[in-house]
Design a protein around this ligand. Structure first.
Ligand code: SF4
Length: 555
């Protein structure tokens, strides 16, 4: 029915066009207003805090630390205050940071490309035992994380780490984080080019460089011939590809990131030779520094800029403003149809073997790592690598020693023939140490694996289970078959308890056009933490009952 003129609402005066608010992009002259994080970075380069830790705070102790250093700049050296014990998840959002934090720190040790010599492994193990109450978790970014660290001990910890070529520089903070790499780079039979020189060159040129120590937020990198890292979840990724004219090189992806507003990285459609990776990396990180959004923290990742620009404009800016030359068009890489975790023994290109083994949800200890180092040495190897699936690989083992190694590793808590549950379950740090957490994760993961191993011992399918203590998705909630996001839920009596929102059917490392993508967040699909084992068991049993063939994926 048409409205008569008297029915119509009075015409409003035309609204004045709104002035677009800047996103805080430096390249467009937006230096102000700064949010508190930007202010801290502007007031003093966070890398400068190292000197204060060594010269001042190591002597004054926790009480003497400037709050802006404590909650801001310490992260650039891998240090976060850890959560005070006994504070439940319901208080996470309501307490002030100082009420949540303990006077101890989590320390993240960078292990770029996941590579560790036995000497390095032993130093980490000893630091864990001497200063970290024997804690040592393998993270899903190939780092090792220690807890219970005191600021007084940091000078000695850095001395020991740096003596063996390890460091914590920019292990956290708004800067270039640890570079993921293939944990079997240089030895994998199906690798054409070892990307390790590019990783090393990026570390040498840019990590600790003040030109890149103030980015809008963290910047995550993955570089490897094999797509055996979760490359699509990184701000920048280089994946091996054969160009029909130019030969082997790397395909460039940008703008991936999970957490809230998850987004998979996208291809720029360019082919990059190995020796040009560092320059192209510098171009992309410079775009992020100059054009990245700094006004709001929750829009400060590269993925938001890419979403607004699109890949064409991104490539054009990269080529014209930063590289000063056109990049070569390239074909897409051949991707695996499921994630590669390297668990078990595999032949290397030199005829030796590597053996991948699984702790439970990445949890280990200084004692276990020291024991493992002895086992590895006794079997003739002098190096291991960490994977972005919270696993560990022993490299360079003679075939005749593989079985004995597998047996001995089990004694140190690393199983090279794990159950499907142990193999495919990951967990983030969670409420035990993380100030942002809402729920417990590691212990829940261990309980879950134990229960499923007992109830579904011979389960024959890989179903990935990623347990996260909050929406931040450090254990990649959205990319698991069963992704669990920690939250408070109501139990059957209406009482608020720890629980999880469930995402189903996600995956990374999948060939394009197949099942790559995020798990579906089904409205109302939640479980209490207590019911989690029974819930996962039901999902698995229903999958078994409903599948039409043994190779039908859970997704
Ligand atoms: Fe902490 Fe949340 Fe990350 Fe888990 S997902 S480590 S709880 S911030």
């Amino acid at each position: 029915m048409a409205l008569s003129s008297t029915d119509r609402p009075a015409a409003r005066p035309a609204a004045r066009p709104r002035k677009a608010r800047g996103e805080g992009q430096w390249a467009l002259g937006h230096r102000e207003p700064l949010n508190p994080n930007e202010r801290i970075k502007k007031d003093d380069d966070p890398l400068n805090v190292r000197a204060r830790i060594e010269n001042i705070y190591a002597h004054t102790g926790f009480a003497g630390i400037d709050p802006q250093d404590l909650r801001g700049r310490f992260r650039w050296w891998g240090l976060y205050t850890q959560r005070k014990a006994g504070i439940d998840g319901g208080k996470t959002a309501v307490l002030e940071p100082h009420e949540l934090e303990d006077e101890y720190f989590m320390l993240r040790v960078r292990v770029d490309g996941g590579r560790l010599s036995l000497a390095q492994l032993r130093v980490i193990a000893q630091i864990s035992q001497d200063f970290g109450r024997d804690t040592a978790d393998i993270t899903d970014r190939q780092n090792i994380q220690l807890h219970w660290i005191r600021v007084e001990d940091m000078p000695e910890i850095w001395r020991r780490l740096e003596d063996v070529g390890l460091f914590t520089t920019e292990a956290c903070g708004d800067c270039p984080r640890v570079v993921l790499g293939s944990p079997v780079a240089g030895v994998a039979e199906n690798e054409v080019l070892d990307a390790t020189p590019a990783i090393d060159e990026i570390l040498r040129r840019y990590v600790g460089d003040k030109r890149f120590s103030n980015l809008p937020r963290k910047f995550k990198t993955s570089i490897g011939w094999l797509a055996d890292t979760p490359y699509e979840a990184n701000d920048i990724a280089f994946i091996g590809v054969e160009h029909p004219q130019h030969g082997p090189g790397f395909d460039l992806w940008v703008g991936g990131g999970l957490s809230t507003n998850p987004r998979l990285a996208e291809r720029l459609g360019v082919w990059v030779p190995l020796d040009e990776i560092p320059d192209v990396w510098e171009g992309v990180v410079s775009i992020f520094r100059d054009y990245g959004y700094r006004r709001l923290r929750n829009r400060a990742r590269l993925k938001f800029l890419l979403a607004d620009w699109g890949v064409e404009k991104f490539r054009e800016v990269l080529e014209k403003e930063y590289l000063g030359r056109a990049l070569i068009d390239g074909p897409p890489p051949v991707l695996p149809d499921k994630p590669i975790d390297h668990i078990g023994p595999y032949r290397q290109v030199d005829g030796k073997y590597f053996v991948g083994a699984s702790p439970v949800v990445g949890r280990s200890s200084g004692t276990a790592l020291a024991r493992l180092a002895d086992v590895v040495e006794a079997h003739g190897s002098d190096r291991v690598s960490l994977t972005p699936y919270q696993k560990l690989i022993v490299l360079d083992v003679e075939e005749s020693k593989v079985d004995s190694l597998i047996e001995a590793m089990r004694g140190a808590g690393f199983d090279a023939r794990p159950s499907a549950w142990r193999r495919n379950t990951m967990a983030c740090t969670g409420i035990e140490f993380c100030k942002l957490a809402i729920v417990e994760t590691k212990a829940r993961g261990e309980e879950l694996v134990a229960r499923l191993e007992q109830r579904l011992r011979d389960f024959d399918t890989d179903i990935s289970i990623h347990i996260n203590g909050c929406p931040n998705s450090c254990a990649r909630t959205q990319t698991a078959d069963i992704g669990l996001k920690g939250m408070l839920v109501l139990d059957e009596h209406g009482k608020q308890v720890e629980g999880f929102q469930v995402h189903l059917g996600g995956g990374l490392g999948m060939a394009q056009g197949q099942t790559a993508g995020f798990g579906r967040k089904v409205r109302g699909l939640k479980t209490t933490a207590e019911e989690l084992p029974a819930y996962v068991e039901r999902l698995a049993t229903n999958y078994l009952a409903g599948r039409t063939s043994a190779d039908e994926s859970f997704a």
